[in-house]
Design a protein around this ligand. Sequence first.
Ligand code: 13P
Length: 234
Amino acid sequence: MILCANFKANKTRQDTRAYMAVVESFVSANGIGDTIIVFPPFTALEHDPRNVLIGVQNAYPVQNGAYTGEIALEQLEEFGIKTILIGHSERRHIIGETQEQITAKFRFFAEHGFAIVYCVGEPLAVREEGNDILMAYIEQQFEGIDLTYSDLIVAYEPVWAIGTGLTPSNSDIELVHSALRSKTDAPLLYGGSVKVDNASTIMALDNVDGILVGSASLSANDFCEMIAQATELQ
Ligand code: 13P
């Protein structure tokens, strides 16, 4: 299983240190073999060797240069970062990233050998149009994306399920994940209101290889509990 914690714009550097200490010691004390990735804010990046991977939630697809307010490859290299989240719905819908920008980012970080957690997912109005429209929408989010990239992880996160406490039914998750499975061999994560209470059920679904957790991952104990649940499933 792959379990990811996306902090978004939450936690300070100090909070993150305390959090990592809890998760790191849980992972090593329990001999956890699952892949655990934490995406803290940029200000909390550290360069310690860890058995929990650290990724970034975003970066600009250049080595360095005149891109005010951006963080580029050179800054990530300083911290040994080789994992990035691309295409998250908050970047698509709040920040306004286009598929073209997302594709450029994907290509650049793939060329530099990053593990890429690539997010797709539909708004509620699209889901209400039925499965064919839903899959056509997701298909567009794969435009320009190399689904055979060897370090790819795909995360299905319905926009309407993010931070709302709502989740698709188990069979709806399986339906989308089986369609995704027919497109790529990459591990498939589900994200959107995953909590301690539903994580185990979701991780047990067909073609679900892990979870991408936002708000519920902010508690180190809750995230560790989800890691424990993943271990129990195996
Ligand atoms: P929530 O778990 O808060 O719904 O967020 C999911 C998410 O966006 C993870 O990337």
